[in-house]
Structures are given as C-alpha cells and as structure tokens.
Design a protein around this ligand. Structure first.
Ligand code: SF4
Ligand code: SF4
Length: 207
C-alpha cells in the first residue's frame, strides 16, 4: 500500500465525502464526485456561489473520506487551494470530460461559474478492517505531514502482561518495555485503560 494506490482507491469509490469547517467553526460535509486524479494530487470542481467554495477559500482545510467494499477506510487530510488561474480551463475541461454528467448540470458556458481546487500536499490514513489482524498505515503526498495517532507503551511498563490479555488484535509484543505493533492497532485504547501503572500513553491526533 502507498499514497498512489490510496488515491486510486479513492477514484474507484468515485463519490467521496468532503468535510470542511465553516466560518462559525461548524463541520460541514457533502459528497463530491467532480474529481480528477493525478498519481500524487487531485483536482475537484465546484461552483463559486456554493458555501463549500466559500469554506475552502476562507479556511481551506478539508478531510476526504472513502469506504471501500473491502472494508477499507481511506482518509485524506489536506489544505485545498484554488488551482492556478492559468490552469483553471485545463482542469475544468479534463473534469468535464471524465464526468459527463457535469455537462448536464452546467450546460454550455454556464460552467464558467465553476472553480477548480487542487490538493497537492496532504496526509493519508489507510485502515483495513477486512483482514485479521487489521492493518493501518499513513502516507503523505507532497509536503504533507502525517500525525502520530493511537497509543504507545513507555519505559514505565513493568511487564505484567495485562494489556496483552485485553488487546482484541493480539498486536502487543512482550519485551522491555512491551511494544504495540502500530500497523495492527485498532486505536481503541483497552491497553490504555487496563494498564495498572499507566504505562500506556495516548499519542496526538483524533479518531
Ligand atoms: S499492562 Fe502496562 S505494565 Fe503491564 S505489560 Fe502492558 S504496558 Fe506493561
Ligand atoms: S489500542 Fe487496542 S488494539 Fe491497540 S494495542 Fe491497545 S488494546 Fe491492542
């Protein structure tokens, strides 16, 4: 798995959920399918009059979420920027070619109300619940930064083994200290709650 394959999977899903933040700090989410994919970037079309467009221009933070039929969750966190002015026509043409329904929504010159945003820098989380043990990994595109999430066992571990008994994925290895196999961790926190000496720390980020 890598970032390029994740973008391909987003493309196969087709209709993605895009979450933004409005001027009151409220989450806003909608489905978007007017998207063109490059191996390491994506471009999407919206209309300048939409709240979605205003939220992107004012704040720009966006999270894109897809769930595949194979129980894979793919989440892209990024900042969306308007594509360069001299590239707008190029990307609009490409998106309209790939998504013929758009010509029905915006016939003829009415597509001129549209604007294309680009995402070139971002962090991707891949989470596969369809395999055992479950599998997760993080990737970046461009200059994106991945945030560490989940749990980590610290040097305070006394090796009692309680966490192993409560781990639903069997992804804790004995040792000094014990160690979580991060790629198989559910991030649900049983080890954190059960450890008698609070040796498990929560890493930054949200889920
Ligand atoms: S429950 Fe806490 S102290 Fe015990 S092995 Fe796990 S991390 Fe170490
Ligand atoms: S968070 Fe859950 S899955 Fe991950 S190591 Fe702790 S108990 Fe196991």
């Amino acid at each position: 798995m890598n970032a390029e394959i994740c973008l391909k999977k987003l493309q196969y899903v087709g209709v993605l959920a895009f979450a933004t933040v409005d001027s009151q700090g409220n989450p806003q989410i909608r489905n978007i399918s007017a998207i063109h994919y490059e191996p390491d970037a994506l471009y999407f079309f919206t209309a300048r009059g939409k709240d979605f467009c205003r939220e992107l221009l004012e704040d720009g933070r966006v999270q894109i979420l897809a769930y595949t039929r194979y129980k894979e969750m793919i989440r892209l966190s990024a900042k969306a920027l308007p594509a360069p002015r001299d590239e707008q026509d190029h990307w609009i043409e490409k998106i309209f070619q790939e998504q013929p329904y758009l010509a029905n929504v915006y016939p003829g010159n009415t597509r001129e109300i549209g604007i294309v945003f680009e995402i070139r820098d971002g962090a991707i989380e891949y989470f596969n619940l369809g395999v055992r043990p479950i599998f997760r990994e993080s990737y970046t595109i461009g200059q994106g930064n991945a945030t560490l999430k989940g749990y980590q066992i610290t040097e305070d571990c006394i090796g009692c083994g309680t966490c192993i008994e409560h781990c639903p994925q069997g992804c804790i290895e004995a040792g000094q200290p014990y160690r979580i196999q991060q790629e198989h961790c559910l991030h649900r926190g049983s080890c954190f709650e059960q450890c008698p000496v609070s040796a498990v720390k929560r890493l930054g980020g949200r889920e």
